[in-house]
Design a protein around this ligand. Structure first.
Ligand SMILES: NC(=O)c1ccc[n+]([C@@H]2O[C@H](COP(=O)([O-])OP(=O)(O)OC[C@H]3O[C@@H](n4cnc5c(N)ncnc54)[C@H](OP(=O)(O)O)[C@@H]3O)[C@@H](O)[C@H]2O)c1
Length: 254
């Protein structure tokens, strides 16, 4: 994708990876709209970067996604990049899944339903643009599931699959489809303090923008780069090793 002169909508853009993307895209000379549920986080981002556009939206709600789409193309008819970044991560012990289904379903609604629905809403608009891009932020766990986050991993695998088919179906249009597969990155994903072991955000963003500059359509960082070409045996071993490491640090999980 071209890195400047775009009008970009980033879901979940008021914190973590989404905000770091927003900052970098602003620096590169783009118009950026960030979307999230928490008004105070959006206001904080806007205070730091007054040129940002913000919009409150709960992406787990179909009606709100449609309202977001209608607002976005009316206010920004030149919008040509959709970044499906918003996500949540829940640790789930399948031997003791005591919450209501709504709790688990929410993870699917935000991580799968929303990005698929938004892509489908925006495609008719994006194919009319001279150059457009849909960027899906999946995860290394799309390829090598994290056993402690089974619904999250399934959701990200679904988004990896959807991204592959989306890319093929849009092949002869002006819309490029990019997948970014982050490894663990130090953000508040899953709750404050749960990802402090991850890669520092600035290093991760620098690596990803390097991939974007080089025109890559599947971009990993660190370990997730190799996962895309790992064998079944390597994936299974990696899963087991990560699970052992998780249980060592969280002995009360099961
Ligand atoms: N950090 C990692 O280690 C890692 C690794 C692999 C993949 N990823 C992926 O990277 C993406 C960004 O995550 P992050 O690490 O930056 O975590 P984060 O800081 O928690 O950011 C997630 C963002 O999504 C927004 N969001 C969540 N639910 C939403 C909803 N229903 N409607 C609208 N916005 C919603 C949040 O804003 P509000 O709460 O205000 O709505 C927040 O800004 C996610 O898709 C995540 O799965 C992260």
């Amino acid at each position: 994708m071209k890195l400047s002169g775009n009008t970009i909508l980033i879901t979940g853009g008021a914190s973590g990876i989404g905000l770091a993307f927003a900052e970098q895209y602003l620096k590169e000379g783009n118009d950026v709209i960030v979307v999230g549920r928490r008004e105070e986080k959006l206001a904080e981002a806007k205070e730091k970067y007054p040129q940002l556009h913000t919009r409150v939206c709960d992406l787990s709600e179909e009606r709100e996604r449609i309202q977001l789409y209608e607002w976005a193309i009316k206010e920004f008819p030149q919008l040509n990049v959709l970044i499906n970044n918003a996500g949540i991560q829940q640790r789930v012990n399948l031997l003791n899944a005591a919450n209501d289904w709504r709790y688990y379903q929410n993870e699917l609604a935000i991580n799968v339903e929303a990005p698929i629905h938004l892509s489908m809403l925006f495609i008719p608009h994006l194919i009319k643009q001279e150059e457009a891009t849909i960027v899906n932020i999946t995860s290394g766990l799309a390829i090598q599931p994290g056993i402690w986050v089974p619904i999250y991993s399934a959701a990200k695998a679904a988004m990896h699959s959807f991204t592959l088919t989306l890319r093929q179906q849009l092949e002869n249009t002006s819309v490029e489809v990019v997948e970014i597969l982050p490894p663990a990155v130090n953000t508040d994903l899953g709750g404050v303090g749960l990802h402090t072991f991850g890669a520092p955000l600035p290093d991760f963003i620098a690596g990803i923008f390097n991939g974007l500059k080089n025109g890559k359509s599947e971009i990993g960082y660190g370990g997730t780069e190799q996962r895309l070409t790992a064998s079944k045996e390597e994936i299974e071993q990696g899963m087991k090793n990560a699970w052992q490491g998780f249980l060592k640090n969280n002995p009360d999980f099961l």
